[in-house]
Design a protein around this ligand. Structure first.
Ligand code: IMP
Ligand code: MG
Length: 179
């Protein structure tokens, strides 16, 4: 088991497994018929997944524009209060555009429901959702992803952009911090 910061990390999805899934998701997205695609990476957790997925999209023959939006839940602590706010917005006008939101994890669904509604309100023609991990058992708001890397068991995971208090984002795999 890799040890990082003195903690053993149990690997759930290794780098090769993730890379293979990224290629498959990119092929799926290429076949989904998005027109003049604008990809929006939801920061911070999705930055590594998005960086790999957009390059897989290039290999799959797409030439998307890429933007970033930083979203945050109100309130302190690890429990989300439920309200989501825009910390840093995209610069593009999405009216009439096909948008693909990229996030790391779909859990309660609040973050992606907020982001999707925001793009629909702004007049996007089509809003797709791609996530690396789907914790299907944790949904509180009805929202589904169109493109999913892995159905993930209900562990708190780190790595590949995902963090505990901003640590462990650099890991090239997704894992669970052991006690
Ligand atoms: P949702 O709004 O409950 O769907 O929250 C999804 C967001 O919470 C993700 O984009 C992550 O940033 C964060 N999150 C949820 N589960 C985990 C986890 O296991 N590890 C790290 N971040 C997580
Ligand atoms: Mg996130």
């Amino acid at each position: 088991m890799p040890v990082v910061r003195g903690r053993a990390i149990r690997v759930l999805y290794d780098a090769e497994t993730i890379a293979a899934r990224n290629r498959a998701i990119a092929d799926e997205i290429a076949k989904a018929g998005y027109h003049d695609l604008l990809v929006i990476s939801i920061l911070k957790g999705s930055f590594v997944f998005a960086a790999d997925l957009i390059r897989a999209l290039h290999e799959a023959g797409l030439a998307p524009e890429v933007e970033f939006i930083s979203l945050s839940s109100y309130g302190a602590g690890t429990q989300s209060s439920g309200a989501v706010r825009v910390v840093k917005d995209i610069e593009s006008d999405v009216e009439g555009r096909d948008v693909l939101l990229i996030d790391d994890i779909l859990e309660s669904g609040r973050t992606l429901a907020f982001a999707r509604n925001l793009m629909v309100e702004r007049g996007a023609r089509r809003v797709g959702v791609a996530v690396l991990l789907d914790k299907t058992g944790k949904r509180e708001t009805p929202v589904e992803a169109d493109h999913v890397g892995f159905d993930c068991p209900d562990y708190f995971v780190v790595g590949y952009g995902m963090d505990v208090a901003h640590a462990f984002r650099e890991l090239p795999f997704v894992g669970v911090v052991e006690d």
